[in-house]
Design a protein around this ligand. Sequence first.
Ligand code: AHR
Length: 530
Amino acid sequence: MNIVKKIPLFLLAILMLSENMTAQNARIKIDIDRQIGEVDKNIYGNFVEHLGRCVYGGIYDEGNPLSDEDGIRLDVLEAVKGLNIPITRYPGGNFVSNYNWKDGVGPKDDRPVRMELAWARLESNRFGTNEFVDYARRMNTEPYFAVNMGTGTIKEAQEWVEYCNVKEGPYYAELRKKHGYPEPHNIKYWSLGNEMDGFWQMGHLNAEDYCKKAREAGKLMKLTDPNIKLIAAGASNFRPDNDPHEWNATVLSELKNVVDYIALHMYLGNHEDNYYNFVSAPLVLEERTRIVKGMIAREMEKADRGDRDPIYIAWDEYNIWYRWRAEETMTGTRALEERYNLEDALVIAGFLNAFIRNADVVKMANMAQLVNVIAPIFAEKEGIFLQTIYYPLQLFANNMFGTSLDVFVDCETYNTDKFQLGLAEQATQQNGVPYLDVSAAYNNGEVVIGVINRHKENSITTDILSQEGLFDGEFKIFEVNGPNIKAENNFDKTEVKTIQKESVKLKNEAGFTYEFPPHSFTMLKGKIIQ
Ligand code: AHR
């Protein structure tokens, strides 16, 4: 049971005076004046790649009774809508590095079937640019396209922008009209390739060659439509024999006047079955964010960007991916069908908290991927179920907006063989990783607080205090949890999900006490009045 106790003003004053005393309860202090940056809704983005059953047998399943006449799986679409996805990346991923967009437009029966070399399948091309744009409109998301910087040419990239964004006149704009789309698609976000630093990427380049090609592609694309935003492929190869920072430094230096975002990718896994290492791992994303933020700041001093914003970070692939990584689970039509449990859901909440805490520089993030392939939604021919990781993403994407706040957290900590806090944190806090991982945002008088209790066994009783203004009215509380850290969902059972807990009713309170249960993610939402 969650203990809820209100803290009157006089008691708060005593609590604050006794900062040096060992407090029994953990503390979360919310100060609406300590602002980090605006939360960009695009951090709740997603990703659709022609991989396994993400497209075919996922969002699109021609002839299935659960699909409509366009082949769109309606049960999947309903679940997709629940995630309130603002932006969706397409069509890859590794797939894009040998993809010719022209194969995927025009009458479906005339489209060529190709060998798909990234994930070893046949690509029918029955789903392509226009089908994706139609789908994106139905799910109310902004399409975000990646161009082929591997085997593709800068001219193909330019022609794709012309096909999508030019109203009329030139050949490819007219071709789109001939294909039944009189109005341009106006695709705003375009990434210049995918993971081009990776030796696994088809057409992999070294940093200098990538920058030359990306700069020229970007030039042609922007001459075609000056309103587009460009995303550079940042480092994805974090193997010990490689220096990812060198790649990022070159990309930022060479493309500092060209691109609007640098894309970073991260996949985590619990290979050694070590719970505390695993749930701490999103801290690595935060460290990489800080490093790239510093690199951006250095380049922005020398940049000539007119009135454009500085370069931001797009974590345009993130997720948990380690079970389906052996050769036979990496290829074919059932590739990467990872099944998730509660600890995975807590790691996803950790990623999302980290994006919020770095809202000044992280302006886009895309969970990889949407359906079946390392995904929050799992579909078979007969139906779907929602994986554990669906729930934290759904809570964030429907609630956490506004200005990100720099939250003070004081709680017990732990150390693992892999994680102790970095030097900066050690200067101000106890050494160790806090059991409570917290983010918060303030929006028009309303505060939303996201709290992971990473403790496997213990609940943590916490005073939640407002430094500026008072908590008032009904605080809604949502909890993602399950019977144990390995609990999973499938077609027959939903062990991990969001439960709306009893609200806390507050009247001009300086704080309240809440007990966060073990291995849980809790979102609290209510008003602060001045
Ligand atoms: O999301 C799966 C794959 O992971 C993507 O295709 C690639 O970009 C990354 O390595």
